[in-house]
Design a protein around this ligand. Structure first.
Ligand code: CA2
Length: 151
């Protein structure tokens, strides 16, 4: 299988994971989730670049930089999920597959979390499985790339 370069993006406040709201987001830290993605990708021979940012502009810049330098994007956009058309447009301009991940299940929470402006530019969304969702996203990308090769 060819080596792949994956960009892992985490949006605002996800740097606080493990310190508050464990009932919703679990007790693992962001570093734990990143390490799990790195381990899953290493098992496939893939490289991972990670960015967590509280800045919409920085996330948009990272998505632009991924054009030509990453094969796929795994993104938990945090609250930007629900209203950032800038992130939507940046992801739409990225050529490779995008997977949206949420630790919680936004559809079972407040109504303002029920809309995702990122979902329409993702090949799929994984939500509600806690940190396992990040590993599931790597698995989904692996199957996506394998299926694309046989088309
Ligand atoms: O479930 C998810 O992964 C979310 O993307 C998390 C976002 C939320 O706005 C989305 O609706 C769903 C919020 C992340 C905030 O993370 C915190 C972690 C610890 C303490 C406070 C916030």
């Amino acid at each position: 299988m060819p080596s792949r370069r994956i960009l892992l993006l985490n949006g605002p406040n996800l740097n606080l994971l493990g310190s508050r709201e464990p009932a919703i987001y679990g007790s693992a830290t962001l570093a734990d989730h990143v390490a799990n993605v790195e381990a899953a990708c290493a098992g496939l021979g893939w490289a991972v670049q990670h960015l967590q940012s509280n800045s919409e502009a920085e996330l948009v810049g990272a998505i632009h930089a991924a054009r030509g330098s990453a094969d796929g994007i795994i993104i938990n956009p945090g609250a930007f999920t629900h209203y950032s058309w800038a992130i939507h447009d940046a992801l739409a301009a990225f050529d490779g597959p995008v997977i949206e991940v949420h630790l919680s299940q936004p559809l079972s929470r407040e109504s303002w979390r029920h809309t995702s402006v990122v979902a329409p530019v993702a090949i799929g969304t994984i939500a509600g499985f806690g940190g396992v969702g990040y590993a599931l996203a790597v698995e989904a990308l692996s199957r996506h790339f394998a299926a694309a090769k046989t088309l």
